[in-house]
Design a protein. Structure first.
Lengths: 253, 189
């Protein structure tokens, strides 16, 4: 009964998030995120049908669909990165380098682990692959969150809600997956049961923050006179600084 | 079991950093844009750091101590040492605050530059952490042994401060003033 309630609540919330996005014209603003929501919504429906019709097949089906969910959730990472760094071209380059490095390093680790570990059973392999992909996602998200904090990237309310909800989901899922794959750990069972509730909280955060379209922080306004004056002044200062360094070097005995 | 710790740590860090993002967002609503005025003030502060550095070396100069020990009484020596120690500690604290202010502005101005460089950003972060460690160590050593036995650490701190000043100077030269807000404009975002 409780499981069904959580299931239906998640499906209902996903529907609300999607229709509010449609009404507030946020679909065009965050297309990757809404593609993820549609994908998760369809997976939830399929899982529910599988649970009701063929419960024996449910476990294998769950891990296969979990892999799809994790892969599609990368779209949310790209959405957050795209939205947050739109007005910060300086940080984009740094973010790209760091994110790409983390992705390549962890991808190499996952590939070598799979090659050395062998392919014992298909559900087991998909489950492990899903777990490893979630770890990569967690590492990428951590790098991004660190960059946002360090460079004080401005967030609008919509994007902030998206990032906070997603971080909550990924952060707890990473901890849970680490414990789940540890043999004989009872603590993980309790944590696993709490995950659907975490997902409901995440959906509620998304629902509240994406209820209506909020203005994104704008780049500083430009004024033609200020711009020309400041440009001239800055160039003069730079030239003077350069000149004084050279003069200092020449005059030094 | 050993592989579990970094993964759990990763999850916890994600939660902590997202919390920080939320706090940062709530504070940002009260924060203001970097203005041309800030830009000019930063340059003035930078110039003062350069000018003071040469004078500050004198506080730690052994020649003064040698002169006082030859010419002065015990009371004068004690008074001199006490004064120099106070001055040195004050200087370290002030330099640390000034560098922290420069780093803060550097990060704020990162969005306003023409040409960012990831390698120099990482090097700057590492150097800043080393500087914080060295200056904290210097404060403890100054408090314990006085200003005249710390020549090497002082030299490192001065070099580090000069390094931050030169990095910041380069940063200011690469600023795109078009993106800076005018001081006349309203300051809230």
């Amino acid at each position: 009964m409780d499981t069904n309630l959580i299931w239906w609540s998640a499906i209902a919330l996903e529907t609300v998030v999607f229709f509010r996005g449609l009404k507030a014209a946020l679909l065009r603003k965050y297309p990757l995120f809404y593609a993820y929501i549609i994908c998760v919504f369809l997976i939830e429906l399929l899982r529910f049908s599988c649970h009701e019709v063929a419960p024996d097949f449910y476990q294998a089906f769950y891990w296969h669909t979990e892999l799809v969910t994790v892969v599609t959730s990368y779209a949310v990472i790209f959405e957050i990165l795209r939205g947050s760094l739109r007005h910060n071209p300086a940080v984009i380059r740094l973010a790209r380098t760091l994110v790409l490095s983390v992705f390549v390093l962890t991808g190499t680790y996952v590939a070598s682990d799979m090659l050395h570990g062998g392919f014992e059973s298909l559900p087991g392999v998909t489950a492990e692959l899903g777990r490893d992909l979630r770890y990569v996602e967690g590492a990428l998200l951590l790098v991004m969150l660190w960059l946002f904090g360090r460079y004080r990237i401005s967030f609008g309310r919509n994007l902030l809600g998206l990032a906070i909800g997603y971080s909550l989901l990924v952060g707890l899922d990473v901890i849970n997956l680490a414990l789940l794959f540890l043999p004989g750990n009872e603590f993980s069972i309790g944590l696993r049961k709490s995950l659907p509730i975490t997902y409901l909280i995440t959906l509620s955060i998304w629902c509240a923050s994406l209820w209506s379209s909020q203005p994104e922080p704008l780049p500083p306004p430009e004024s033609a006179i200020d711009r020309d004056y400041a440009l001239l002044a800055a160039k003069t200062r730079a030239a003077l600084a350069h000149l004084s360094t050279r003069a200092g070097r020449t005059l030094r005995p | 079991m050993s592989g579990l710790i970094p993964i759990v740590l990763l999850g916890i860090l994600i939660l902590i950093f997202s919390g920080r993002l939320l706090v940062q967002w709530s504070r940002k609503n009260r924060a203001r844009l970097v203005t041309i005025e800030d830009y000019s003030n930063a340059r003035t502060a930078l110039d003062s750091v350069f000018a003071e550095t040469a004078a500050i070396r004198r506080i730690f100069a052994n020649e003064d101590m040698e002169f006082i020990s030859q010419a002065g009484t015990d009371d004068v020596q004690r008074f001199f040492l006490k004064e120099r120690k106070r001055l040195a500690i004050q200087w370290v604290r002030m330099t640390r605050n000034q560098v922290a202010h420069l780093i803060d502005l550097h990060l704020k101005l990162a969005s306003y530059t023409y040409d960012p460089n990831p390698r120099s950003e990482i090097r700057l972060t590492v150097n800043y952490l080393c500087f914080i460690l060295a200056s904290s160590g210097l404060l403890i050593l100054l408090w314990l042994f006085g200003p005249f036995k710390m020549v090497r650490v002082v030299a490192y701190t001065v070099r580090a401060a000069e390094y931050f000043c030169s990095v910041f100077s380069l940063r200011l030269e690469k600023i795109n003033p078009v993106k800076l807000a005018s001081a006349r404009e309203p300051r809230s975002v």
